[in-house]
Design a protein around this ligand. Structure first.
Ligand code: ATP
Ligand code: MG
Length: 178
């Protein structure tokens, strides 16, 4: 290449499945990427508020932007138009930022769940993936990633539930799940 800087080749990663570890995997990647000097965007669908990881991330040095597009309420049944609009707004915002050249990694946390709940049309997520610049790493998390999305990823990890205390009634614990 004459004159220009060689751009890094980056990839699409998906963490899905029923077992624990999807969001924490993405948080580990964010930690590592920031350590390497990458500029990172974390977009959270469904979630809103200061989970412990958000607190910790805010204490880190480094170029990290965090955006949340959840309602803060548990979405069940048919999602409201307002919730759908907000999720779409989140994806549009993420797309603009991915295309701005200002980020090396974009994490879309729980985006698979947002699709499954009908908050986001899968076609919009596919359009997002098709627009990805080769030098931006994209990470998608959430159980139930649709096949059409999985096909477009370079790295797919399924977290398999061997056992989870959730089934015994142990709900999300501060410091471990939230
Ligand atoms: P982590 O954030 O710990 O890496 P994860 O991202 O893999 O977990 P999610 O699918 O996002 O897991 O689950 C979020 C929360 O939902 C869990 O922390 C747990 O409290 C709860 N949960 C776990 N298993 C189930 C289940 N089978 N059904 C419903 N809720 C579950
Ligand atoms: Mg998760």
């Amino acid at each position: 290449m004459m004159g220009g800087t060689l751009k890094a080749r980056r990839y699409v990663q998906i963490y899905t499945g029923e077992g624990k570890g999807k969001t924490t995997a993405s948080l580990g990647l964010i930690l590592r990427a920031l350590g390497a000097g990458w500029r990172v965007l974390l977009v959270q669908f469904l979630k809103k508020g200061e989970f412990s990881e958000i607190r910790a991330l805010k204490q880190l040095e480094g170029p990290l932007t965090i955006l949340q597009f959840g309602s803060g309420r548990f979405v069940r049944g048919r999602p409201s138009e307002k919730d759908k609009k907000r999720a779409l707004e989140g994806l549009a915002k993420a797309k603009g930022m991915m295309l701005s050249g200002q980020y090396d990694m974009v994490v879309l946390d729980e985006i698979n769940v947002a699709m499954n709940l009908g908050l986001l049309p899968m076609e919009e997520v596919i359009a997002f993936m098709d627009k990805r610049p080769q030098d931006v790493e994209v990470v998608l998390t959430g159980r139930g990633a649709p096949d059409e999305i999985l096909e477009r990823a370079d790295l797919v990890t399924e977290c398999r539930k061997v056992r989870h205390y959730f089934d015994k009634g142990v709900r999300a614990r501060c410091g471990i799940e939230r």
